[in-house]
Write a protein that binds this ligand. Structure first.
Ligand code: SF4
Ligand code: FES
Length: 254
């Protein structure tokens, strides 16, 4: 089994493990943040660049460092690899830059966003962001729209991580939404006159790391810190799916 060193901690991991998952096996502060990688979705990761790390030594056989920072969610460990995460000033600086880019178009509407309190971008901004913005340009803005009976899309907040797209691709029969346009014009959209309407539509909301997809039945009803997770409170009626998922219920006070 390959032996990898991450921020001076060593661990042996099964062949084919990525640097990110090896770091998660160790745990603690040396785990890189990950906005677009989702462990149970095939092919996720590689979009957001928040998980960049420095490979100081490629392997025991070839100890040369990798010339650029690499996405840890997409890079497989090699025996003898030496990786730096938080202990590399280069990584810390790059992550601050990535965070700044992710926030270029993201509104600072956390006080009214349902994802506040469990938003990965909020955590990333708090841990790696800057106190102010250097951008002089107007943010991209969109009106919130309904893209399903239960799903509200607030495109202003989307970071184009593709998680929701992969959920629909991998666990539903027919995907009706995706990313249209590229670069500055890229946006999440349903195909013309389609809506996300299947037994798993709630999962796209669940995997969204920010508040771009929210639950129309729960919007503005409560704050996440007033809720507690009940597992499982709902079992999918589709037995073949064997899907049990938690739901949030407002804690009662007094
Ligand atoms: S809507 Fe959410 S899950 Fe989908 S791409 Fe945007 S940020 Fe990612
Ligand atoms: S989590 Fe690795 S690139 Fe997004």
């Amino acid at each position: 089994m390959p032996l990898v060193t991450i921020d001076d901690f060593q661990i042996e991991v099964p062949e084919g493990t990525t640097i990110l998952n090896a770091a998660r096996m160790i745990g603690g502060d040396l785990v890189p943040p990950a906005m677009c990688y989702y462990s149970s979705l095939k092919g996720s990761g590689g979009y957001c660049r928040t998980c960049l790390v420095k490979v100081e030594q490629g392997s025991a056989k070839d100890p040369r460092p990798m010339p650029k920072l690499v996405p840890s969610c997409r890079t497989t460990v090699m025996d003898g690899m030496v990786v730096r995460n938080e202990t590399s000033p280069e990584v810390v600086e790059a992550r601050a830059g990535v965070t700044e880019f992710l926030l270029v178009n993201h509104p600072l509407d956390c006080p009214v966003c349902d994802q506040a309190g469990e938003c990965h971008l909020q955590d990333l901004g708090y841990e790696h962001g800057k106190l102010d913005t250097r951008s002089e340009f107007r943010r991209r803005t969109f009106e919130p729209i309904d893209i399903g009976e239960k799903v509200k899309l607030h495109m202003n907040r989307c970071i184009l991580c593709y998680r929701c797209v992969k959920v629909c691709e991998q666990i539903t029969d027919g995907r009706v939404h995706g990313v249209i346009g590229r670069g500055d014009h890229a946006e999440i959209s349903t195909y013309i006159e389609k809506a996300i309407d299947n037994d798993f539509s709630g999962n796209v909301i669940d995997v969204c790391p920010v508040g771009a997809l929210t639950d129309r039945t729960f919007r503005f009803k409560s704050r996440v810190w007033y809720t507690s997770l009940w597992m499982p409170t709902a079992i999918a009626t589709n037995a073949a799916a064997r899907c049990a998922y938690g739901t949030k219920a407002r804690k009662s006070f007094g």
